[in-house]
Design a protein around this ligand. Sequence first.
Ligand code: FES
Ligand code: FES
Length: 182
Amino acid sequence: MAARPRAVRIVGPGKTPIRVQINAKPYTATVEPCVTLLDAMRELWGLTGAKRVCDRATCGACTVLVDGRREYACGLLAIDVQDSLITTIESLGADGSLDPVQQAFLANDAMQCGFCTPGFVMSCKGFLLESPHPTPDDILKGMSGNLCRCGTYAGIQKAVAAAAAEKRSRRRGKTGRPRRGK
Ligand code: FES
Ligand code: FES
């Protein structure tokens, strides 16, 4: 006997209520299903740290973490991320002290106009979760989804390497012993 198709909840094309968890806080709105996560964050919820540059998932200015993975917020529908945990640049340094990645960008002069910087910082956070011990080549490849029109790539590469080293040193500090292979 053929399996019965599972019931699918159809929404749209009109507005529908949504609830998205961002930086451990719930955000709600009633939106058309075509509204992107980036538009909902910036236009409805006052979260303007993720920048809109290309608005077509190519430059990385809008990078956020979705369940710990790097994603372009302009390439996601807000309605599709309701079951995920979103982390944005606004979550960093919330206690008044800079996150180590932000600190590394400052220390390595990794910005000029700074418009791409929130996206690079969030991309770096996600990259170091994927690749805690990156080589220079890993950094080049791993950060290639973000573009900087001011061309501060040399500083950014140094900043990512410095953030990785700092993260490892903090981890060693916590355990009190070097990690295997380091
Ligand atoms: S604005 Fe989203 S990738 Fe460029
Ligand atoms: S610092 Fe200006 S676009 Fe990157």
